[in-house]
Design a protein around this ligand. Structure first.
Ligand code: SF4
Ligand code: MSK
Length: 626
């Protein structure tokens, strides 16, 4: 294999498709990354500012050039403002995704969103009760209407704190209150961050960063949590199910449709259309053996979690999957969809369809989905995909797919444990499982694709540390075969024994990137059962290949919730040692957790083991020498 391709991705399908892309003269994300090198050092350090038009300004990190922007902002202020705006963008993205789901819930309640229904009535009632809604004597539609209204209130500005914060341990909420970072309205915190970072508002880097934590918490315990809960209510709470992953899930004799993006509002309707008998018949009449729906990125994870739909790849595979020539249509909603996709598709027969009024892309046809027309629109586009099957050229599907198990919601994990987290707590206390780590986030061309996720995961499970993962990390470990019960053979003896007894893999797929909140809910359940705080648990978080602003918000709400979090790529903060020190050391005294940056996954695993052993020792649990 060409070394260049082997250095870009550890995946076999990725390497072979990079060769194909080169043969077909397709430019990929890696080519464009290399074309950008060397990237701007000021920006990498967070030292450039273009907040106002007296600028743009930059601070000289060597102390020889300007040390202040035109307005007088120094390096600390500029770095903190830039980071604050990254958090605001990430929180806004997740939370707006959540809002779209609440809108569907509202329309289902009003009988307008034909095609959607409430699949998990029990969860509807449970979540409604948390919002103080009495369900007795009401039908699900009525409860859904009241819940949608109450959740919309959480987005507004009238409350002092968000409803679902009640799920956090009391000690954690007390910390947030003491620091005055208890999040209020979801939109309010993002709006306030944009205000604070306007020229001439908050020019104290510490208070800017504290508001960054508050803004991130409004996502983690607000917008993202609402997104996950409403998705479960509308589309069903995930249950473990077998699936297949990598580009080999495409089928040469089927109409292949790929869904890409994040929100299940579109992809669930596409799935229904793909399963309808008349469209399957049409596919057969057009010479195909059937319709094969597969996902990439997180809308794929949403379908995988609930329906076992196969997954063709993660973030850096999204262009390569088109080079197979086997994709008859790619349907996108929003987030993480590279604007290059339309031009890649134009070299093949693939039809590209955008569906959201807020996300348009070059080279894509726009078919706008709304709750009231989504079922019908989905049928229309699936029909077009079928008609496009005849236009295929040569097809190249170079690998066989890998089996995986997905669908581990908190509910199913607790069910697998016999209805209570106690067996997990007992295993942690005994040291059979030494701790748990949540691995989340993306791919990034700075890092060999999947290498960070897979190496870190392998090192952790070898050390009897249970791994739960989401997003593109979850796809990476699935492709590497770590999401099979047999993968327990790679785990240490304790974790292997538990996995064998429960019939689960050592790496549990917990969903998409908004579903990181499932990890928060699980951590809270453990902390509550132990009568302690999240920061006292032998757990950690990691984002070994993150790239997006959403990942910054996720990392910030993990740390603010008390989870020590290791990042692979360095965030753009090194222009201010004050900011670096606060995030990597100082926050420990404030929220009981810090960030740590370590691009080498083996060293990251070691840092997490040390952290976990330290927490075990503090809880008086048996230790293992690190
Ligand atoms: Fe320059 Fe200050 Fe304007 Fe930023 S806010 S661009 S540092 S003048
Ligand atoms: S899709 S945010 S690349 S996980 Fe959620 Fe993957 Fe990261 Fe997008």
């Amino acid at each position: 294999m060409n070394d260049l391709f082997a250095n870009r991705t550890m995946t076999r399908d990725g390497q072979l498709l990079l060769e194909k892309a080169q043969r077909d003269r397709i430019e990929t994300v890696w080519d464009r990354f290399e074309n950008q090198l060397p990237q701007c050092g000021y920006c990498e350090m967070g030292l450039s500012c273009r907040i106002c038009v007296m600028g743009p300004c930059r601070i000289d990190p060597f102390g020889e050039g300007p040390q202040k922007g035109v307005c007088g902002a120094d390096a600390d202020i500029i770095v903190a403002r830039n980071l604050g705006r990254m958090i605001a963008a990430g929180a806004a993205s997740h939370s707006d995704h959540g809002r779209d789901l609440v809108d569907v819930l509202q329309e289902v309640a009003e009988g307008k969103a034909t095609g959607y229904q409430i699949r998990d009535v029990e969860k509807l009632k449970r979540v409604a009760a948390e919002y103080g809604i009495v369900a007795d004597g009401k039908d699900p539609a009525e409860i859904a209407g009241e819940l949608a209204y109450a959740m919309q209130e959480d987005y507004g500005t009238r409350r002092k704190s968000l409803t679902l914060l009640q799920r956090a341990p009391a000690k954690r909420r007390a910390i947030w209150d003491k620091l005055n970072i208890t999040p209020r309205g979801i939109d309010r915190e993002t709006s306030e961050m944009m205000h604070r970072t306007h020229m001439g508002v908050d020019n104290n880097w510490q208070t800017l960063l504290l508001h960054g934590l508050r803004n991130a918490l409004s996502d983690g315990w607000g917008g993202s949590m609402i997104a996950t809960e409403v998705s479960d209510i509308l589309f069903g709470t995930p249950q473990p199910a077998a699936t297949m992953v990598n580009v080999g899930v495409l089928k040469a004799d089927h109409v292949n449709i790929i869904v890409h993006g994040h929100n299940p509002v579109v992809s669930e309707m596409v799935l229904h259309a793909c399963q309808s008998e008349d469209l399957l018949q049409l596919a057969r009449e057009n010479g195909a053996a059937g319709i094969n729906l597969a996902g990439v990125c997180c809308t794929g994870n949403e379908l995988l979690m609930r329906n076992g739909i196969p997954m063709a790849g993660n973030h850096l595979t999204t262009e390569l999957v088109l080079t197979t020539g086997a994709v008859d249509m790619m349907i996108v909603d929003y987030q993480c969809i590279m604007p290059s996709l339309g031009s890649v598709a134009a070299c093949y027969h693939t039809k590209m369809i955008s569906t959201s009024d807020k996300a348009r892309f070059p080279g894509m046809q726009h078919r706008e989905f709304h709750p009231e027309n989504a079922a019908e629109k989905a049928r229309e586009v699936v029909k077009e995909a079928i008609e496009n099957f005849a236009d295929r050229g040569e097809v190249y599907i170079p690998v066989e797919p890998v089996k995986a198990i997905g669908g581990f919601s908190v509910e199913t994990i607790v069910d697998a444990l016999g209805g209570t987290p106690q067996p997990l707590i007992d295993a942690l206390k005994a040291g059979t499982i030494r701790g748990a780590v949540g691995i989340v986030g993306c791919n990034n061309p700075r890092i060999r694709q999947d290498f960070g996720h897979v190496t870190l995961t392998q090192k952790l499970i070898e050390n009897d540390i249970l791994v739960v993962d989401t997003g593109c990390a979850a796809v990476a470990t699935s492709k590497a075969g770590l999401k099979l019960a047999e993968a327990a053979q790679m785990a240490g003896p304790g974790l292997r024994e538990i996995c064998g007894a429960l019939g689960i893999p050592p790496v549990l797929h917990m969903g998409s990137c908004v579903d990181n909140v499932r990890i928060l809910v699980l951590a809270s359940a453990l902390a509550n059962a132990l009568g302690t705080d999240i920061c006292d648990l032998p757990i950690a978080g990691a984002a070994p290949e993150w790239y997006s602003e959403k990942a910054v918000a996720i990392g910030a709400y993990f740390v603010a919730s008390g989870v020590y979090t290791v990042l692979g790529p360095m965030p753009p903060i090194t222009g201010s040692m004050n900011v670096v020190k606060l995030l990597t050391e100082g926050l420990k005294d404030e929220v009981g957790a810090t960030f740590h940056v370590e691009p080498d996954p083996e060293k990251a695993a070691l840092a997490m083991r040390r952290h976990i052993e330290g927490k075990r020792a503090k809880l008086g649990l048996p230790s293992l020498k690190v």
